[in-house]
Design a protein around this ligand. Structure first.
Ligand SMILES: [Zn+2]
Length: 306
């Protein structure tokens, strides 16, 4: 964290990082092919040393035309990616020393939206799916009583297995337990040819229509689970437990309408927990389709003349 702060302490350092993402092999003019450029720091552009063609460093990224310092953006994105609990606008405002609360709020809002829009490849291989209630008076309790007049929402969770551990996950708010709803979720989030493990809930019948193999197994009773009898969907259970903890600890009283956005945030962070710099780049809209650029590489930006 301290290294990150030191590395991106100035507008120039942030701009150099953007340049490194844009030209991983070093600057090359799109017009004349020349390989030297001048920094135009104020305009956030680089200008070709030969033909004077200018390229905006922020074009095509979330940072384009922003008046907020890049240092604030970088720090906000870093915190968003690394702080598991998620960060509040108020805390961010203090951390960044921003004068206006609205600026911090806007930063977080845009970064959240980037998390929602992040590219998603469907899960594949062995996938566990389970359901849970969120936001009701008794979160985690099963039963249709929860729905009546309550603000509770149904959430489906899918977890991709890698060995005995969980790999990527997906979560979605769904309106009901109808079989067509379950099928829609699987079609959207799981690749054909995968194997899906669920409990014996009737709603999960008919998933084969999504081109997957379905293995339903009867879940032990709650009392037995508490006594240590293993769940038939242990990874999905754990993901759901983590989600519930996170929601309780971070966002008090998430509205039903907002819930999907929080799920997307949770999923984004979970799926990229081992590649924080890749997540950082995704959030800022940098380096699409490229391997993540380590911030150490900034020092390699020796193609700058001015
Ligand atoms: Zn040129």
């Amino acid at each position: 964290m301290r290294e990150f702060q030191r590395q991106f302490a100035s507008e120039e350092a942030c701009q150099d990082y953007l340049a490194t993402c844009r030209w991983p092999e070093g600057f090359r003019c799109r017009r004349c092919g020349h390989t030297r450029a001048y920094r135009l720091v104020k305009q956030r552009r680089w200008q070709c040393a030969a033909c004077r063609d200018q390229v905006s460093l922020t074009a095509g990224t979330i940072l384009h035309n922003t008046k907020t310092p890049l240092t604030a953006w970088f720090w906000a994105a870093y915190l968003t990616v690394t702080d598991k609990r998620g960060i509040s606008a108020l805390l961010l405002q203090r951390q960044l020393g921003l004068r206006r609360y609205e600026t911090a709020w806007m930063l977080l809002h845009k970064l959240r939206r980037a998390m929602v829009n992040a590219v998603r490849e469907p899960l594949q291989g062995d996938v566990e799916i389970d359901d849970t209630w969120v936001g009701g008076p008794q979160p985690g309790l099963r039963g249709s009583r929860q729905l009546k007049g309550r603000k509770a929402a149904i959430v489906l969770a899918a977890v991709e297995k890698r060995g005995e551990a969980s790999n990527r996950i997906r979560m979605a708010v769904v309106p009901d337990f109808k079989q067509t709803t379950m099928l829609g979720f699987v079609t959207q989030h799981v690749a054909p040819g995968s194997t899906i493990y669920t409990d014996g809930l009737k709603s999960f019948e008919g998933l084969q229509a999504a081109g997957v193999r379905h293995v339903p197994r009867t879940q032990p009773l709650r009392g037995a689970l508490r006594k240590g009898v293993p769940s038939v969907v242990p990874l999905a259970d754990r993901a759901i437990g983590n989600l519930q903890q996170w929601l309780i600890g971070t966002y008090h009283g998430v509205s039903k309408a907002q819930l999907q956005i929080y799920l997307d945030e949770f999923v984004f962070r979970h799926n990229r927990r081992r590649q924080p710099m890749a997540a950082f780049q995704t959030l800022l809209g940098l380096g699409t389709g490229r391997a993540p650029t380590s911030y150490r590489r900034i020092r390699g930006a020796r193609d700058v003349t001015g």
